[in-house]
Design a protein around this ligand. Structure first.
Ligand code: PGA
Ligand code: ZN
Length: 428
């Protein structure tokens, strides 16, 4: 019985927001099955590969993905039958890119193509009797990632008055991954207690962080510092802070509109001054999408000003696209990249993006989306790519915990061979 592909079947399932998404099952002729499902963003970059939705108002308010499912079952899938998935990830991914024929996967959908791409990798790993991280990363894949754990949600991910989308904690002082996770859980619980004591709301947002009404960004930072201390950790030594303002979401008419949180309107240079002040007052190690996705010059100025002290991550501006990343490397636009597989649409292209980062000695962070399933592909992918960073939301909500738990499994599987390092040494 061969390892070759026997069938590729897709279904419509639901993501963590209750929106339809794509699940793909790849079956090999020897009976091995690989399956994967696709996440979905809300604060998406303009240049992301295109996620196809049905726009049929009679189903799921137009959010259905039956077209994407049909594209898999009737167009892409049949053309891949009989191919050998083992060590042919790139061939298969490029074949799908060719069948789609568009520049941004708009014809057949990045959600169709990525679903197959991930499921193919899972099937190939199983057929080789390897864990997914070992198949994708080889025998050197042993570095567990530092988790960037969301603790306060705002902007498009919550119905509160925070303009910044994500306030995260980073357990930089932890000796290993499982301890790192414990640091974040204890800090998260402490924050919950503090919010409760203050009479604040402890409901959570799309990525599992708390979503209270706060006075301003400074209050968010102050509460996080108090939570770190209440959990008996040292801010900046044991646990640091990372933010993803997702600034495109509050960039209006050439200004950054922070009025929701009482900050008024700010220019690009005002924002840079603001981030410099934040760095002075709080132990921040990473700033993602601090400026609008089209503000390449602003990003460059920001990186020149503070990039030696803090990780400047491009998410919406770079959309995991090798062309954009190469430009950013050439122009010194930032110094790190957020890697989201569905922004580019194939495993192979995401690996190419990582390769560019490695060559430029840039950091890269493997990331979830705000709309997730219980799929744990990114946990294995983070270990396989070895960059030492993952962002998978809070330590709350099953679809976020699934990834963190998978990393605990990988850590146990690697045993003494598991590596864990602080990727921010020297930037504190
Ligand atoms: P998204 O947000 O998945 O809604 O795009 C995540 C992020 O901006 O990092
Ligand atoms: Zn982001």
């Amino acid at each position: 019985m061969s390892n070759h592909i026997k069938s590729i079947q897709a279904f419509e399932i639901l993501d963590s927001r209750g929106n339809p998404t794509v699940k793909v099952i790849v079956t090999l002729k020897n009976g091995v099955v690989g399956q994967s499902s696709v996440p979905s963003g809300l604060s998406t970059g303009k240049h992301e590969a295109v996620e196809i939705r049905d726009h049929d108002k009679h189903r799921y308010h137009g959010q259905g993905v039956k077209t994407a499912v049909e594209n898999i079952n009737f167009i892409l899938g049949p053309k891949l039958i009989d191919l050998d998935p083992i060590d042919h990830q790139a061939d298969i991914d490029y074949r799908m890119i060719e069948i789609d024929g568009s520049k941004n996967k708009s014809k057949l959908g990045a959600n169709s193509i990525l679903g197959i791409s991930q499921a193919i990798a899972c099937a190939a790993a199983k057929a080789c009797n390897l864990s997914l991280y070992a198949y994708l990363g080889g025998i050197g894949a042993s570095r567990l990632p530092m988790p960037m754990v969301n603790i306060l949600n705002g902007s498009k991910h919550a119905d509160n008055n925070l303009d910044f989308q994500e306030f995260m904690i980073v357990p930089i002082g932890a000796p290993n991954y499982s301890e790192a996770l414990r640091y974040t859980v204890e800090t998260f619980k402490s924050l919950g207690q503090i919010l409760r004591e203050k009479g604040y709301n402890t409901n959570v947002g799309d990525e599992g962080g708390f979503a209270p009404q706060l006075k301003n960004n400074e209050e968010a930072f102050d509460l996080i510092i108090r939570a770190i201390e209440k959990a008996n950790f040292k801010p900046g030594e044991d646990v640091a802070i990372a933010i993803d303002p997702a600034a495109s979401s509050f960039y209006k008419k050439n200004e950054y509109d922070l009025s929701k949180s009482g900050g008024g309107n700010k220019s690009t240079s005002d924002m840079i001054v603001f981030y410099e002040l934040c760095l002075k007052n709080y132990p921040i190690v990473s700033i993602e999408d601090g400026l609008d996705e089209n503000d390449w010059q602003g990003f460059h100025t920001l990186t020149a000003a503070i990039g030696h002290r803090v990780q400047i991550v491009g998410d919406d501006i770079l959309v995991t696209n090798p062309e954009f990343i190469q430009r950013a490397i050439d122009e010194k636009t930032c110094n790190a990249v957020l890697i989201k597989l569905n922004q580019i649409g194939t495993v192979t292209e995401a690996i190419e993006s990582v390769q560019l980062c490695r060559n430029a000695a840039w950091n890269y962070v493997i990331s979830h989306r705000s709309g997730e399933t219980n799929d744990t592909f990114i946990a294995d992918f983070a270990v396989a790519m070895g960059g030492g960073q993952i962002k998978s939301g809070s330590v709350c909500r099953g679809e976020r915990i699934a990834k963190y738990n998978r990393l605990l499994e990988i850590e146990a599987e690697l045993g003494k061979g598991a590596l864990f390092q602080n990727p921010f040494k020297g930037t504190k």
